[in-house]
Design a protein around this ligand. Structure first.
Ligand code: SF4
Ligand code: SF4
Ligand code: FES
Length: 255
């Protein structure tokens, strides 16, 4: 008789079916005055992603349930939502990581991200978020003659903005920012991260105009360095550090 290793036991445990209660904050503007919680019992495997559970509700319980998603692999940034009160991408969270160690707590709360108007269920109006993004000119700006070959950059120069190239515009950071909740006209961390990506790019000539934009009353100085944004970022971007670097560039007038 062979004895299962602890690893094998753990692996088989993760395939035990369980029943999960999904508590979802629902809102249908055609019939509801206010959002309200609805609970759904969902059969699941511990290795399921939260996105799978949302699909179960939509496919088998209520086809009117609205939420954004696209890639299902943590790439497109569409499915940001509050999962147990924390901003995350539903396709990147495994059910087993939400269960208590004894496996008994199987209730999960799902709500839309904050600071952006909810249009329906988990579906929020992303227009203000993308307006802030567009306002910081998220593209390479160059002046002078067209180059006749590629724009060369050293590894050290590339490293200066490497972290901020990873942004997938999911809004987990901006919608976790208390300053943004209170005043949606603040550019928000995601816009600043994307400004950082170009400000510190040695091939770009638009740093000054972007810094001018972020020196505005709704710009970087509104940030209170609370680190919510860094904690929320599913790409592990050092969001607050990037904001600090932009502040420093403004203070010392040098990138
Ligand atoms: S560090 Fe700044 S941008 Fe990030 S959540 Fe806090 S106040 Fe908002
Ligand atoms: S910085 Fe991170 S949390 Fe913010 S939008 Fe980009 S990927 Fe999402
Ligand atoms: S569906 Fe694309 S990041 Fe989750």
């Amino acid at each position: 008789m062979t004895t299962a290793t602890p690893e094998a036991e753990a692996a088989s445990e993760t395939h035990t079916p369980i029943q999960v209660t999904l508590k979802i904050l629902r809102f249908n503007p055609e019939i509801d005055q206010e959002p309200h919680w609805e609970s759904y019992d969902v059969p699941a495997q511990p290795t399921d992603r939260v996105l799978n559970l949302l699909f179960y509700v939509k496919d088998y319980v209520d086809g009117t349930f609205a939420f954004r998603r696209s890639c299902a692999h943590g790439v497109c940034g569409s499915d940001a939502m509050q999962i147990n009160g924390i901003n995350r991408l539903a396709c990147k969270v495994l059910l087993k990581d939400l269960l208590e160690k004894n496996g008994k707590k199987t209730e999960i709360s799902i709500a839309p991200i904050k600071g952006l108007t909810t249009l329906k269920d988990l579906y929020v109006d992303m227009d203000p978020f993308f307006e802030a993004y567009r306002a910081i000119k998220p593209y390479l700006i160059t002046y002078g003659n067209e180059p006749t070959r590629e724009r060369i950059q050293s590894q050290a120069d590339r490293d200066r903005f490497d972290d901020t190239t990873k942004c997938i515009l999911c809004a987990c950071c901006t919608s976790s920012c208390p300053v943004y909740w209170n005043d949606g006209s603040y550019f928000g961390p995601a816009a600043i991260v994307n400004a950082h990506r170009f400000i510190f790019d040695s091939r770009d000539d638009g740093a000054e105009e972007r810094l001018d934009i972020l020196n505005d009353g709704e710009g970087v100085w509104r940030c209170r360095t609370t680190f919510n944004c860094t904690d929320a970022c599913p790409r592990g971007i050092q969001v607050t550090k990037a904001i600090q670097e932009v502040k420093r560039a403004l203070l010392f007038k040098r990138v």
